[in-house]
Ligand binder design. Structure first.
Ligand code: KG4
Ligand code: ZN
Length: 334
């Protein structure tokens, strides 16, 4: 089944074509140039850029797959959570194509897309625990089967990716902060600064990253001029704090749920140190740890089409009344 996937929930415009779970084309137009100078995503600018990008990107994906809309059998689109002005651009495009071609349309929860990025190259084995770590979300989810999701814990304040981005901004690094911090950290000392590990010993699967961000800001202010060595050491120490908390809380969730299988998902799952620590600390406990290829960790439309493949195969159809939403837990939505 050939599915066109569309993703416009935040600042990436993305279109992909899948045949079943096989990716024929996956294009992403980033908007980093638009938002970089503001240090974060400006919703109105994001929507305008999506409008410019969406049709050329869908055309580009079809061209790359050597297909036309006549060859497509279903349309998948992220309908939430995200920025409403951004989401409606993708949903309008999806509805237009589905209506013109008489195709089924399915709306996909963005976080289910991130989870099922893990199904793009390998089969997704359930039950499993998934750690979703992105710019907007940090959640531990138990997946009993595709479509059945249970919330185990989440952040009380900033998301992990948001913490990376804010710390990157404090250090004067380019936006988004996550990849920039990972690059600096490669030659930094992770033990140079003893930054706080929020809620590390709370005994619950909840996270807090706002204290870390404040500790980094105060430390940086106290040091005056930032030298390249200080930047590398702060980056490595802050990354270590985030990664360690994510790993230890995930370990707790795995022990509580008794499920020895872990998938990582979301933009922060691209982080090499996170993957390494998860493998080092959970592997010896008999946990199978997997993650998507880097290009499917950050926002993309292949993961949205992949989620839709499972729903369309199970007979789900949403129709043209499909709506967008800015907030909504995956566990209650599914
Ligand atoms: O999943 P995503 O593309 O968008 C959301 O749904 O939020 O995640 C974007 C987030 C950003 O905060 C970015 O800094 C972070 O993922 N990120 C990383 C890395 N690559 C992207 N964080 C740490 N290390 C990375 N290599
Ligand atoms: Zn995302």
């Amino acid at each position: 089944m050939r599915i066109l996937g569309i993703e416009t929930s935040c600042d990436e415009t993305a279109a992909a074509i899948l045949d079943g779970r096989k990716v024929l084309a996956s294009l992403v137009a980033t908007q980093h140039d638009v938002h970089a100078r503001y240090g974060g995503v400006v919703p109105e600018l994001a929507s305008r850029r999506h409008i410019e990008n969406i049709i050329p990107l869908i055309r580009g994906a079809l061209d790359e797959a050597k297909l036309t809309t006549k060859d497509i059998e279903g349309v998948a689109v992220t309908c939430g959570p995200g920025l409403i002005g951004s989401l409606v651009v993708g949903v309008a495009a999806a509805k237009g194509i589905a209506q013109a071609r008489g195709l089924p349309i399915v709306g996909i929860h963005h976080l289910e897309g991130h989870i099922l990025a893990n199904a793009l190259h390998d089969s997704f084995e359930a039950p499993a625990v998934v750690l979703i770590v992105s710019g907007g979300h940090t959640q531990l989810i138990r997946v009993d089967r595709i479509g059945s999701y249970h919330f185990l814990g989440g952040t009380r304040d900033d998301a992990a990716g948001e913490a990376f981005d804010k710390i990157g901004k404090i250090l004067g690094l380019p936006f988004p902060g996550g990849p920039a911090i990972e690059r600096e950290a490669l030659s930094g000392n992770p033990k140079a600064f003893d930054f706080p590990r929020g809620l590390r010993y709370s005994g619950e699967c909840d996270f807090s990253f706002s204290g870390l961000k404040t500790a980094v800001r105060l430390k940086v202010e106290s040091m005056g001029k930032l030298t390249p060595t200080i930047i590398r050491d702060v980056a490595a120490s802050a990354q270590e704090s985030i990664v360690e908390v994510l790993t230890e809380k995930t370990k707790l969730a795995i022990r509580h749920s008794g499920v020895p299988r872990l998938y990582l998902a979301g933009g922060v799952a691209a982080n090499g140190r996170l993957r390494e620590m998860m493998q080092d600390r959970l592997g010896p406990e008999g946990v199978t740890v997997s993650w998507p290829p880097v290009e499917y960790c950050t926002d993309n439309a292949a993961m949205i089409a992949c989620a839709a493949y499972h729903h369309i195969s199970a007979g789900r159809r949403d129709g043209l009344a499909l709506n967008t939403f800015c907030r909504g837990e995956l566990s209650s939505w599914a």
